[in-house]
Design a protein around this ligand. Structure first.
Ligand SMILES: NC(=O)c1ccc[n+]([C@@H]2O[C@H](COP(=O)([O-])OP(=O)(O)OC[C@H]3O[C@@H](n4cnc5c(N)ncnc54)[C@H](OP(=O)(O)O)[C@@H]3O)[C@@H](O)[C@H]2O)c1
Length: 248
């Protein structure tokens, strides 16, 4: 049995990856604030946690519950996909509220860090395949006004992945960790970026997101999910790497 812990499965890319992974050989453990009943209805091998990942202090307790669902005697691989993220605040930094800044960094950076720490601790003794895929973004390097915190979080996630890869090395019990830029995908997060109102400080950036949509440049979540799963389960999952371009 392969076990997949996936965050942000209520919609978008996380939902698409979970849908693709449903199989009698896969046990899925999904995490988001809103339960995805459609997903739950499609699989008898799924546990769903309605959890707000901005609640950093309780993540270790959540992961204890998650690992109770994993039967290590039959596990052939355990995978963590840190996918949940928020765009807000989509504004110049001085116009963002402190709460928005805290939320962004908690969900986009600190939660994946704590989840990774718990994952490595819980699987330390297991001689099976253990992999973490961090869903990052080209925004880590390609900067736009209004996205400073989102970009900082994603750049942090890339550096974190490479650093942990260095720590884990290539020992037989090492957890392999990779950060990936998935490309631009037609999801709610993109919609949010397009819909920033004309009079906000990020309106020039919103124009770019509208242009990308109008020109048909957004990938479907299903196609990107396929590429990400191939990366996660394939031979190109190189310890500590940041994958900037997904290949089919
Ligand atoms: N779409 C793109 O073009 C694009 C490009 C580059 C990178 N990405 C990355 O791809 C990943 C998926 O994004 P998406 O486009 O699919 O976004 P999305 O449609 O907005 O979905 C985001 C997911 O994250 C979950 N989430 C948000 N806040 C949460 C919280 N506090 N606690 C738990 N879960 C939370 C949401 O669930 P709930 O609201 O139910 O909690 C939802 O399932 C993100 O890491 C994003 O940065 C996307």
């Amino acid at each position: 049995m392969k076990y997949f812990i996936i965050t942000g499965t209520s919609r978008g890319l996380g939902e698409a990856m979970a849908l693709k992974l449903i199989s009698p050989e896969h046990h899925l453990i999904c995490i988001s604030r809103k339960k995805n009943n459609d997903l739950i209805a499609r699989s008898s091998l799924m546990d769903y946690y309605e959890y707000d990942l901005s609640n950093i202090g309780e993540i270790h307790a959540l992961m204890e519950q998650v690992f109770h669902k994993i039967d290590v005697t039959n596990a052939e691989g355990i995978y963590l996909i840190n996918n949940a993220a928020v765009l807000a605040p989509f504004s110049r930094i001085e116009q963002a509220s402190s709460q928005e800044l805290i939320n962004n960094l908690h969900i986009n950076l600190l939660a994946p860090i704590v989840l990774t720490s718990c994952f490595i601790r819980s699987t330390e003794q297991l001689h099976i395949e253990k992999r973490i895929l961090n869903i990052s973004s080209a925004s880590a390097k390609h900067l736009l006004p209004g996205m400073s915190v989102y970009s900082a979080a994603k750049a942090g996630l890339d550096i974190f992945s490479t650093s942990v890869g260095l720590e884990q090395g290539n020992e037989s019990t090492a957890v392999k960790i990779v950060s990936v830029w998935p490309g631009m995908i037609d999801t709610r997060l993109q919609e949010e970026a397009r819909n920033a109102s004309k009079d906000t400080s990020a309106s020039a950036s919103a124009d770019i997101f509208r242009m990308v949509k109008d020109r048909g440049m957004l990938a479907s979540p299903a196609v990107t999910a396929d590429q990400l799963i191939k990366l996660l389960l394939g031979n190109s999952f190189h310890q500590g790497s940041v994958v900037e371009e997904l290949r089919v």
